[in-house]
Ligand binder design. Structure first.
Ligand SMILES: C[S@@+](CC[C@H](N)C(=O)[O-])C[C@H]1O[C@@H](n2cnc3c(N)ncnc32)[C@H](O)[C@@H]1O
Length: 278
């Protein structure tokens, strides 16, 4: 049996470092997985004590990325973090739609969409809320081509659809053996493009800057250091319509100093990480 290299206090110290240096705060949840991830990094580097590991983190700038990869959950799921999607349905989309004229187009961008579950989830909600009142379109981007290929295929094994209600499953997915496929009606509204959020361009060439009503960039900022996070936040804020909403992951935080163009979305619990452009 392997002995533990890390006690709860040591794990909290490393997580406090991550919260400070990356605005990635896991201290309130996922503690067990985070503990395992930190310990895996310590073993890999041969660190016998947490202080040794913290010195390594301070010395080696590439270690933060390795630590994030070890503690973050890389897989996406439909309607990931249910309360956030509930708030989108109950508050965010209705408010955005109130400002749209009849026949207008509601636009969303799923940035760092991975294998597409987030983009399809928001497309389902937008389709339901727009009804015959408005058009809608979703642009979904990621820098990882293989993930985008899975996303664009729109075909998922049944076990990955647990968070999709039976009503949504009947309306937006078609069963094909042990898989389910996104229906054509939704496919026609979602486009997938490669784009690097820290690359040369603010957004993909097809994007209409300053026109997005809603941007989801969830569980992506954790991969960047604070300087890069601010740059990406500025880019995303610039892509939003005034009063458009930006949604981050539950362990990601942005303070007014990080991006003065953003403010918390009024009337929502701050833990949902929903912001809006001033
Ligand atoms: C943990 S997944 C998040 C997926 C989804 N947003 C969710 O919350 O379920 C992180 C995604 O960010 C993408 N990513 C990381 N750095 C990126 C960058 N510089 N530009 C665009 N995407 C990036 C990764 O390829 C990965 O697909």
């Amino acid at each position: 049996m392997t002995t533990s290299l890390l006690d709860a206090e040591g794990a909290q110290t490393v997580l406090a470092w991550l919260a400070e240096s990356r605005a990635f705060d896991l201290r309130d949840f996922a503690l067990h997985a985070a503990h395992r991830g930190i310990e895996a990094r310590m073993r890999e580097l041969g660190c016998a004590h947490v202080d040794e590991y913290l010195s390594h983190l301070a010395r080696d700038t590439s270690e933060a990325a390795a630590l994030v990869a070890a503690v973050a959950v890389p897989l996406s799921t439909f309607f990931r973090d249910g309360p956030v999607f509930h708030a989108i349905d109950a508050k965010v989309l209705p408010e955005l739609l109130m400002r749209l004229s009849i026949g207008g187009t509601l636009r969303a961008w799923s940035a760092g969409t991975a294998t597409g579950e987030e983009a399809w989830s928001i497309a389902m909600q937008m389709a339901e809320q727009c009804g015959s009142f408005a058009e809608y379109e979703v642009m979904a981007t990621d820098r990882d081509e293989p993930s985008l290929a899975v996303a664009a295929r729109g075909m998922y094994p049944g076990r990955q659809l647990e968070a999709v209600s039976s009503a949504r499953r009947a309306r937006w997915l078609r069963d094909e053996g042990d898989h389910a496929c996104i229906v054509d009606e939704l496919r026609a509204r979602v486009s997938f493009e490669r784009h690097d959020l820290i690359g040369a361009t603010l957004a993909p060439p097809s994007a209409i800057i300053a026109s997005y009503h809603l941007i989801l960039c969830r569980n992506v900022l954790i991969y960047f250091d604070r300087r890069m996070q601010r740059k990406v936040l500025e880019r995303l804020a610039a892509s939003l319509e005034p009063r458009g909403a930006l949604i981050l992951g539950p362990s990601e935080w942005v303070s007014p100093a990080d991006c003065p163009a953003l403010e918390p979305f009024p009337g929502l619990d701050p833990s949902l990480r929903v912001f809006r452009r001033r």
